[in-house]
Ligand binder design. Structure first.
Ligand code: ZN
Length: 253
């Protein structure tokens, strides 16, 4: 395996005209069948071909400009990993518009500088401190599996999905608030409420980041809570004056 990595390093380096140096990673067993990988890549090749011929052709100038000038997105979008909630698609955003972070449940972990592996926190830090985004949008959605999982049996979750189970701690407050306000309401109502309450809770979690809190206090950063209704294709936004989620498009009226 070491030999394989060395070969890979050498071919990459030859391609880019750099010296290989001492690139000898630790041995690593792999059970992947290379033929299968190539076979499975075919469908991606087809869709990428469509991208190159249609979308890239349409936006090529934009991509070239973004490379020349660098990215300056004004928005950090924190959304769910759910495949039906595509940030650029639902906001009709162009390349360079959104700095996107997605995870199961669109949760924001509470600030903890001792957790060095937290990619969500690192992305928030980079977006706010380096890119200087002006808006952070936390976008929840209907039929969110992570939100529904908040109400599943904790022990079962822990044994079946231990990693998810731990991650769901960031939805605990939303779950508690939902149960207090809705009690034994039908599941669908509980989920719908928790999806929205969680968005507001995640905005609170964002404020536990000292640099976010400071930027918000300085009125350089604005935190937005959204909810996307998949089957209706509608976004509602959290209005901090009325504490309600209202149709985003109503702002156009
Ligand atoms: Zn989700």
């Amino acid at each position: 395996m070491k030999k394989l990595y060395l070969l890979l390093a050498l071919s990459c380096c030859a391609l880019y005209g750099v010296t290989a140096g001492e690139f000898v990673p630790d041995s690593q067993a792999t059970s992947q069948d290379p033929e299968k990988i190539i076979e499975r890549s075919l469908s991606y090749a087809k869709s990428h071909d469509t991208f190159v011929n249609v979308l890239f052709a349409e936006h090529e100038g934009e991509f070239v400009r973004l490379v020349k000038e660098g990215q300056t997105p004004k928005t950090l979008f924190i959304g769910c990993s759910d495949s039906r909630v595509t940030p650029e698609f639902i906001t009709a955003a162009k390349p360079g518009d959104l700095f996107v972070v997605r995870n199961a449940g669109n949760f924001v972990p509470v600030y903890d500088q001792n957790i060095a592996w937290d990619g969500i926190a690192a992305s928030i830090e980079y977006a706010v401190k380096v890119l200087g985004v002006q808006d952070v949008i936390v976008c929840g959605h209907s039929h969110c599996g992570a939100i529904q999982a908040l109400f599943y049996d904790k022990n079962e979750m822990q044994s079946q999905l231990p990693l998810c189970s731990k991650w769901l701690q960031f939805g605990d407050v939303a779950k508690r608030l939902t149960l207090v306000s809705l009690g034994d309401a039908p599941k669908a109502d509980r989920y719908a409420a928790a999806e929205r309450l969680s968005v507001v809770v995640q905005l609170e979690h964002l404020l536990t980041f000292p640099f976010v809190k400071q930027a918000v206090a300085d009125k350089k950063l604005f935190l937005h809570g959204w909810h996307f209704d998949i089957e209706k294709g509608q976004i509602t936004y959290y209005n901090p004056k009325t504490y309600q989620f209202l149709p985003l498009r109503d702002l156009l009226k």
